[in-house]
Design a protein around this ligand. Sequence first.
Ligand code: ADP
Ligand code: MG
Length: 224
Amino acid sequence: MEIHAKRLSKVYGEGENRIVALQDVDMEIHSGDFISIMGPSGSGKSTLLHLLSGLDKPTSGSLTYDGKDIYGMGDKELSAFRRRRIGFVFQQFNLLPVLTAQENIAMPVLLDGTHPDMDYVGEITELLGIGGRLRHLPHELSGGQQQRVAIARALAAKPDIIFADEPTGNLDSKSGGEVMELLESIRNKFGKTLVVITHDNRIACKAERRFVMTDGVVTEEGVF
Ligand code: ADP
Ligand code: MG
């Protein structure tokens, strides 16, 4: 899947409160890319990820997935597209507290009116090391386990691309390292595109393309 972002800008507020969170960002993401995005807090990293994944719309600019205009879609069409093609992993896990791990994982697929491929979900949960925790509620799991459930949820619909916004930001360095290794091995095994925001230089170094953000502007550091 080819993703082309052209001149993406996002402005919040008006007058004295006006903030340009993102300024004319161009980015091309190719199928199978492993991309890291670094930059100080407030530099626009989350804003960029939300726009690239269709979670939010820009003030101006365009985004296409294989030539299809994402922001031109209606809300329903865009939600369905996102559920099927895009996985998103948040720093705060964002699991539904009243649902078990298993139910959280299946939720996006059920919302789409279909059923998860249980063999595939089984394979993923085993790989993530949460096969024995699926009947537990999120609060009965460690942070690292909750994030692994969130990763399984992001993968359940077999999307082409995974966006992760500081996925290890709420974890200690050991479980953060494990979560990142799992994301990487899943990406390699299933041939996914992976875009990760991180403050961790060790993670950024593993990415094949590295971007740095400063004040809403993105620069690519070079291809490794
Ligand atoms: P980062 O993820 O790099 O920390 P963000 O993308 O979250 O940065 O934010 C970029 C800028 O946009 C910051 O100045 C932030 O305060 C501002 N911003 C983000 N979201 C909103 C919002 N919903 N309303 C107003 N300002 C926002
Ligand atoms: Mg952020």
